[in-house]
Design a protein around this ligand. Structure first.
Ligand SMILES: [Zn+2]
Length: 342
């Protein structure tokens, strides 16, 4: 029997739910269960503020970010105090855990590579847990929407729950490595460039496609023990470093790294750029002076990629989404590659 639709939630009601979910504050450090947290829950930066974001900011301390808000087709300015933060660590655990990447120069030591990966993973898990809460609240409004809208919400909620489970499994593995400092499973490929990158990023992703056009994860799979790749672009004293890392084993992971290694070195900078905006635009911060000087064709190419999110119900990204699209966006000189993948 058809039910008359109840009133739809107002945008204010939706915003309230989202704010409540995203304003949670707790410490993700494994020792938090032992009661060792100290100080307030901080706005933990996934990209260093001082010496990180401050290197690409405009004079008023803003950077560009692609908003999660629908209908926005261009990135928007955000203050570096807010950029890249999440409230997922207490003061003492944030300070102590990330000391080696916050206060010491990045030299691609294994513990530093791991910490970049750990921070990216923690943020992603924090966001997924928030999304799960938002989806739960949205279910209460199911009667206020059309059947097709309800269907979309149900499916996106289903995938979000699966992704969150994948990240919960990974978090346990990462916590073990954090505690025992055994980096023997860490795989990494670090690219050093001689200029400060025009955009900085900290991201983590269920392995989906690679630079050869191969697809791994397929939306629709109920498998939750999936492979994760983390990704960071950071400024360093000599320019910048781009770090791909994973703690997972298996042919898929090897094949992904192989697809990077097989790329001609001169094609790598733009391949990295495509990867950044295809998969990690939500935690990528862009230099305003660089963005403002780009021609419209390039801006549109980046925006189109950034806004082409896989929504998870049959409409997936093309397998070849990372392949050369003819846009030359960055001109980085690669000075060194440190990799333990071959
Ligand atoms: Zn803590």
């Amino acid at each position: 029997m058809d039910h008359p639709l109840k009133p739809r939630p107002t945008i204010e009601e939706v915003n309230k739910v989202v704010r409540k979910a995203y304003n949670k504050r707790y410490c993700l450090h494994p020792d938090s269960v032992k009661g060792t947290c100290e100080g307030d829950i901080v706005r933990a930066h996934t990209i260093q503020r001082n010496g990180g974001l401050s290197k690409i900011t405009d004079p008023s301390n803003h950077v560009y970010q692609f908003s999660l808000h629908p209908f926005k087709s261009q990135p928007e300015l955000i203050g570096i105090r807010e950029a890249s933060t999440f409230t997922g660590f207490c003061n003492i655990h944030d300070t102590r855990t990330f000391e080696r990447i916050e206060t010491q120069p990045f030299s691609a030591e294994k513990d530093q590579i791991f910490l970049l990966a750990y921070r990216a993973l923690c943020r992603r898990l924090f966001m997924y847990r928030n999304d799960v809460d938002v989806n739960e609240s949205m279910k209460n409004w199911a009667d206020g929407r059309t059947p097709i809208e309800q269907h979309v919400t149900t499916i996106s909620s289903f995938y979000c729950n699966l992704d969150t489970k994948t990240y919960e499994i990974q978090k346990v593995k990462y916590d073990n490595i954090l505690s025992n400092k055994d980096y023997s499973h860490l795989k990494y490929h670090i690219v050093f460039i001689d200029t400060i990158p025009e955009f900085l990023c900290s991201g983590s992703l269920i392995l989906e496609t690679d630079f050869s056009g191969r697809r791994y994860y397929k939306p629709g799979s109920k498998e939750i023990d999936l492979k994760i790749i983390t990704f960071s672009i950071i400024p360093i004293d000599e320019g910048g470093a781009i770090a791909y890392a994973s703690i997972d084993e298996g042919e898929d992971i090897q094949s992904f790294f192989k697809s990077i290694i097989n790329l001609d070195k001169h094609l790598l900078p733009n391949a990295i750029t495509r990867y950044t905006f295809e998969y990690h635009e939500d935690n990528t911060f862009i230099s305003p002076s660089w963005w403002n000087k780009l021609d419209n064709l390039t801006k549109n190419a980046i925006s189109k990629r950034a806004l082409s999110d896989d929504i998870g119900f049959g409409e997936m990204r093309p397998n070849d989404c990372l392949l050369d699209d003819g846009h030359s966006i960055v001109k980085w000189n690669i000075t060194k590659i440190i990799s333990n993948c071959s």
